[in-house]
Structures are given as structure tokens and as C-alpha cells.
Design a protein around this ligand. Structure first.
Ligand code: COA
Ligand code: AMP
Length: 634
């Protein structure tokens, strides 16, 4: 790993954390304004693996907004909304953000929302999405944001599990070439769900007007204007701040819970330690508030640190061109950009020589951070050459909420080797384990795991599903958190994250469950059995590929069934699944005990040689599938 000019503090800071984790986190907690300091920095008796900052009290919205106004930053831009989709740019100062957030909190309170109540937020990338999140935090209510690219049935699952008192949504989202009507999706989701919210707060956007359900739906702008501002409510550090549903291995999403105190401390600390930014700097995470990157690095972390955050409603290409990201960086003076490798690949595809990039003054940009999937070395090298700046791939997941590994701008250690995810952040003891849970020597590939306890900011539990947390993350390797990723730690201590060990795939940086797609395919009346695997994709990293065996006696044309299956996944999961291929095959390869051999299917889909595994019941099936998929292999 290259070392930035100056001495590397990484080893010293890591050693200090290992020596006394509580002292390390107590120091980090000084960056947060507490209503009451904690009694114990870490209490091993709490929860599934101990709890952070027990006895402490705070309000996250106060820390992200009000305290910066009180400190004299009221006129500093807190949030810049840049929307090539809507053709608008709006700046919200910290004072304006405080006033709007307090009023929206008042509007939610008027609808009955109190501390501990849930509020589902199904919103496009409009400033009101961030304001609604902060308003919930202000009241001590628990928000659960649902990504706009999910269909009504997925939204319904989340409404049913989170049982919100109120849903905040909008009339529409804006995608290139189409206006996505959100309100009919919301209405359908509420109709599907056994739980019904008391009220909905709907942002009417100029591009589409939502029809309102009398008595249930309220206009966002009118409610905000009429509301009395609400003050921040003090909550326990261990209270949930939000629930974010993420894909697990089945169709039922996992409700990842974030606790207020650990989250505020870890995120605030990460802004300097990882990204090297401070109050007044402009920071841009080009993601969506529906994902963890959006929660942590569009909304909470930059605001907790007093930075200016950018909310971008657009794409890396086509809005209007492959220079869009560089235009935003230049126009708003971005110091650190954070995006997904897929976005860079899209830019590289359209502007391989960097002609667009050369048009903009990027003198303020210090570094580019990447996450969401492993960045392939050619893309990382291309970006570093074209930008002439450090390109830092860093590894994390919804459950951890902040980077597990990274290159650290404040510790003199960045960027990682192309293809690697960097070194463990202070707070994480990462090891590769064999399947029996033994630590592997450096250089050997295994299950990447984090020694318990997890640091502040990481999910303490799943919503109403402690047992699910135990079985998904803690049961396989006692004393460790199983990340679900496989990889290697090399001689230098750099962590190479090479892929999932379960049925989760990453499509354009979006985490999706193949199990959920299989459930949808299996519900089609013509389908006897099916498998969905992630196949390599040059732009999106992976795309889902369905292999389907039809019931005997089905006479419908296979092409028609394939089209129906593609439409069904779009309807039930949403366009974000990018499910475009359902191939009808005669049989699926299985072990003698009946388990589908997904790894062999993946290799065939990628055009790689798939030697029959010794456990296969009938090796001839692999050739049959190869023949069906032959046409798709490049
Ligand atoms: N609301 C409604 N629909 C949405 C949506 C939203 N918020 N986000 C995406 N979709 C739809 C898209 O319109 C598209 O629909 P289509 O099938 O009708 O074309 C589908 O979901 C797939 O979208 P996407 O994954 O964005 O693919 P794309 O082909 O439109 O664009 C990229 C490709 C690479 C430009 C795009 O995926 C991208 O910008 N990725 C970055 C991802 C990212 O930031 N991830 C965050 C993790 S850090
Ligand atoms: P999500 O919960 O959506 O953030 O997805 C988390 C998963 O994405 C991880 O478990 C990894 O499989 C993958 N991932 C995220 N960032 C990286 C990275 N930098 N390198 C490799 N894989 C990554």
C-alpha cells in the first residue's frame, strides 16, 4: 500500500485502539454533543454482543443540524440539491435545514408520531427525503427508508414488518426518459400490507400530481407550512435511530437496526479518519438515500461533521453526458467524492479518454472513494490515472454502516492496492476463517469475519428478529460476526474482498437476493423449479440470470414464459433488480442430496469451464445448460 506523504499514523492508532477500545471510542465520542454522557462506553452485558454508550442520551438531529447553527455555521450550505432530472439546483443552509426539519417534525408530531414510532420514507432524491429522515430523528421516531426502485410488493413487506404510524412519500421519482409515479405504488403497497399506517405525507412534485386518499393523505408542503416547529427529543444512545431493510438470502428482507449513540460517534469519527474532511468541506456521496451509503454519507455523517453534503438526482451518464459527475464536483467545490464502481465503469465506457473530465476544474477534489462492490483493478487504475488523485476502494455493508476496511486519509495510509479493499479501520479486528472457524494464515482465502464486539455504529440487532441476527451473523463462528464475504488478508494486512459466500448478488452496486427472485419465478404456474445466479456483467458487475425448468405438460411457448417471468420480477421486486434473462432449461444440476449447484451454473453463465463437481448427480446436465446459455456468452 502506498503511504501518503508524511508519517503513517495508522499503526499507532490501530495499536491504541487494540490496547484500549473503550478509551479510543470515549475520545471519539467527544465529537458528539450529549444531553447526558454515557455511564459506560461499552457494556458487555447488553444485547447480543454488548452495547455502546449505555446510559448516554442525545439527539442525532440536534447533532447533525442545530448545533452547527448554534456554533455560527447557520449561513453555511448544509445541503446542495443538484437535480439534472428536474433541471434545478437548490441550496439549503444549516439555518434553513434546522427550520424546515423542525417544522416537518412538527407536522409528523401532529399526525401522532412520537418517540419510538416508525415512519416509512419512500422518496426520490429530493431534499425532503433527507429532511424527513432528520425530522424523524428529531422526534426520536425510527425511520425506515425504502429505495424508490423497489416495487409495491417489496414496499408492502417493509410496511408490514416496520408497522409505521406514518408513511412519507412523493408523487413521483424522475428516471431518464420517464416519470415514475410513486403514489400508485404506495397505494398498492398499503392495500397489500396487513398493517395500515394512520397517515401519509405526500410531497407533490411538479412533474406529476398524486391523487390523495381523503382522511389519510396529507400534502407535505401544506403540513410543513402549518406545523409548529418541534424541538429535539432526547433519546437513549441505545435507542434505534432507523431500520434499513436489506437483502438476505430469502425473499424476506432483513431489518437492520442502527442505534443512535454508536452511529453518531462512528460516523462523525469516520469523516476525518477515513475521508479526511472537516466542517465546511463539501462532500458528495453519489448514491441514493434508499441505500446505506445514502443514510450514512449523504445524510448523517457529513451533517454530523458540519460539512456541506450534495444530494444528486441524476445518473453518471446521460444526464446529460459522461461529464455529469465532474460538472457537479467542479460547480460545488467537492473535496471528496464517493460512488460505486459501476458508475465509474459507465463513465469510462462513454468517455474512455477522459475528454469530458478535462473540461472541468477539479482542483478542489482531493480523493475518490468507491464501495458497493469490489472495484475491478482496470477501473481503479483508469480513474486514478485520469483524475490524478487517490482512488480508494473501501469495503462495508448495510449492517456495519461505515467502512470495515479502507485507506485512511487522516492516518497517512491510502490508497489501497487496486483490487484490494484496504486495511481494517480501527474498531474492526478482521480475519479470514476456514469453514470450522479457525483463523487462516495470511494469503489464504476464507470467510471474512469480524471479532466481536462489533464497533459503534454497527447493527446491534435486526428489527423484532434477534434470532435472525444470531443465526445469520453469529452462529457459524462463535465469537465472530460473519460478514458473508469471502476473501484474503495479504502479508501487508490488506484485505481482498472477492465475493459473497451466500445468495446475495450486487447489481450496479445494489444488493439483491437471488432467493427473493427465485421465490417470484417459482410462483409462476408453469414453473416446476428454478435457480437465479449472478452472472458477470461488464457495466453492472453482476446481473441476475434465471434458469427455469417447466412443469411437465406445459405447452405455452417458452419465449412467452420467459417474457412473463421477466415482467413478474419487475412487477414484484422492481426495476432495480435488472432481471432481464429467464432461460428455460431441461433440468438443473444438483448434488446427490438434491442441492442445486449454483456455483457450476455461475461458471457456465460466465463462459468459464465448469468441471462437474464430485457431488453432482448427473454430469451431462452441465453440457445441456451450456448449450442453452451458449448464445448469451460473449
Ligand atoms: N426509482 C425508480 N426506478 C429506479 C430508481 C428509482 N430510484 N433507480 C433505478 N431505477 C430503475 C431504472 O430506471 C432502471 O429501469 P429500466 O429497467 O426501466 O431502465 C432500473 O431501475 C435499473 O436501474 P439502474 O441500476 O440505475 O441501471 P441503469 O441501467 O438505469 O443505469 C448505471 C446504470 C450504472 C448508470 C446506474 O446503475 C448507476 O448509476 N449506478 C450507481 C449505483 C449506486 O450509486 N449505488 C449505490 C451503492 S453505493
Ligand atoms: P450493502 O449492504 O448494500 O452495502 O452491500 C454489502 C456488500 O457489498 C458486501 O457484503 C460486499 O459483498 C459488497 N461490497 C461492498 N463494498 C465492497 C468493496 N469495496 N469491495 C468488495 N465488496 C464490496
Amino acid at each position: 500500500m502506498d503511504t501518503a506523504p508524511g508519517s503513517s499514523r495508522y499503526a499507532d492508532v490501530m495499536a491504541a485502539w487494540r490496547r484500549d477500545p473503550a478509551a479510543f471510542w470515549a475520545k471519539a465520542a467527544e465529537g458528539i454533543t450529549w444531553d447526558k454522557p454515557c455511564d459506560r462506553v461499552f457494556d458487555p452485558a447488553l444485547g447480543l454482543f454488548g452495547g455502546w454508550f449505555a446510559g448516554g442520551r442525545l439527539n442525532t438531529c440536534f447533532n447533525a443540524v442545530d448545533r452547527h447553527v448554534l456554533a455560527g455555521r447557520g449561513d453555511q450550505p448544509a445541503l446542495i440539491w443538484d437535480s439534472p432530472m428536474a433541471g434545478r439546483i437548490e441550496t439549503v443552509t444549516y439555518s434553513q435545514l434546522r427550520d424546515r426539519t423542525a417544522r416537518v417534525a412538527g407536522a409528523l408530531a401532529a399526525l401522532g408520531v412520537q418517540r419510538g414510532d416508525r415512519v416509512v420514507i419512500y422518496m426520490p432524491m429530493a431534499p425532503e427525503a433527507a429532511i424527513a429522515m432528520l425530522a424523524c430523528a428529531r422526534l426520536g421516531a425510527i425511520h425506515s427508508v425504502v429505495f424508490g426502485g423497489f416495487a409495491a410488493a417489496e414496499l408492502a413487506k417493509r410496511i408490514e414488518d416496520a408497522e409505521p404510524r406514518v408513511v412519507v412519500s412523493a408523487s413521483c421519482g424522475l428516471e431518464p426518459g420517464r416519470v415514475v409515479q410513486y403514489k400508485p405504488l404506495l397505494d398498492a403497497a398499503i392495500a397489500f400490507s396487513a398493517h395500515k399506517p394512520d397517515a401519509c405525507l405526500i410531497l407533490q412534485r411538479p412533474q406529476a400530481t398524486a391523487s390523495m386518499v381523503a382522511g389519510r393523505d396529507h400534502d407535505f408542503a401544506a403540513a410543513e407550512a402549518a406545523a409548529a416547529p418541534a424541538d429535539p427529543v432526547s433519546v437513549a444512545a441505545t435507542d434505534p435511530l432507523y431500520i434499513l431493510y436489506t437483502s438476505g438470502t430469502t425473499g424476506k428482507p432483513k431489518g437492520v437496526v442502527r442505534d443512535a449513540g454508536g452511529h453518531a460517534v462512528a460516523l462523525h469519527n469516520s469523516m476525518r479518519m477515513v475521508y479526511g474532511v472537516q466542517a465546511g468541506d463539501v462532500y458528495w456521496a453519489a448514491s441514493d438515500v434508499g441505500w446505506v451509503v445514502g443514510h450514512s454519507y449523504i445524510v448523517y455523517a457529513p451533517l454530523l461533521a458540519g460539512c456541506t453534503t450534495i444530494m444528486y438526482e441524476g445518473k453518471p451518464v446521460g444526464t446529460p453526458d459522461a461529464g455529469a459527475f465532474w460538472r457537479v464536483c467542479a460547480q460545488h467545490g467537492v473535496r471528496v467524492l464517493f460512488t460505486a464502481p459501476t458508475a465509474l465503469r459507465a463513465i469510462k465506457q462513454q468517455d474512455p479518454d477522459g475528454a469530458q473530465l478535462a473540461k472541468y476544474d477539479l482542483s478542489k477534489l482531493d480523493a475518490l472513494f468507491l464501495a458497493g462492490e469490489r472495484c475491478d483493478p482496470p477501473t481503479a487504475i483508469w480513474a486514478a490515472e485520469k483524475l490524478n488523485r487517490p482512488v480508494v476502494d473501501h469495503w462495508w455493508q448495510t449492517e456495519t454502516g461505515w467502512p470495515i476496511t479502507a485507506g485512511f486519509r487522516d492516518l497517512g495510509l491510502f490508497p489501497p492496492k487496486p483490487g484490494a479493499g484496504g486495511r481494517p479501520a480501527p474498531g474492526y479486528d478482521v480475519q479470514a476463517l476456514d469453514d470450522s472457524g479457525h483463523e487462516l494464515p495470511r494469503g489464504q482465502s476464507g470467510n471474512l469475519a469480524i471479532r466481536l464486539p462489533l464497533p459503534p455504529g454497527c447493527a446491534p440487532t435486526l428489527w423484532h428478529n434477534e434470532e435472525g441476527y444470531r443465526s445469520a451473523y453469529l452462529a457459524d463462528f462463535p465469537g465472530w460476526y460473519r460478514t458473508g464475504d469471502a476473501g484474503t488478508i495479504d502479508e501487508d494486512g490488506d484485505v481482498w474482498v472477492m465475493g459473497r459466500t451466500d445468495d446475495i448478488i450486487n447489481v450496479a452496486g445494489h444488493r439483491l437476493s437471488t432467493g427473493a427472485m427465485e421465490e417470484v419465478l417459482a410462483s409462476h404456474p408453469a414453473v416446476a423449479e428454478c435457480a437465479v445466479v449472478g452472472a458477470k456483467d461488464e457495466l453492472k458487475g453482476q446481473t441476475p440470470l434465471g434458469l427455469v425448468v417447466l412443469k411437465s405438460g406445459v405447452t405455452t411457448d417458452p419465449g412467452t414464459i420467459s417474457k412473463e417471468l421477466v415482467a413478474l420480477v419487475r412487477e414484484r421486486i422492481g426495476p432495480v433488480a435488472a432481471f432481464r434473462e429467464a432461460h428455460i432449461v431441461p433440468r438443473l444440476p444438483k448434488t446427490r442430496s438434491g442441492k442445486i449447484l449454483r456455483a457450476s451454473l455461475r461458471r457456465i453463465a460466465d463462459g468459464e469451464p465448469a468441471a462437474p463437481p464430485p457431488t453432482i448427480d448427473d454430469p451431462a446436465i452441465l453440457d445441456e445448460i451450456g448449450a442453452v446459455l451458449g448464445s448469451r456468452i460473449l
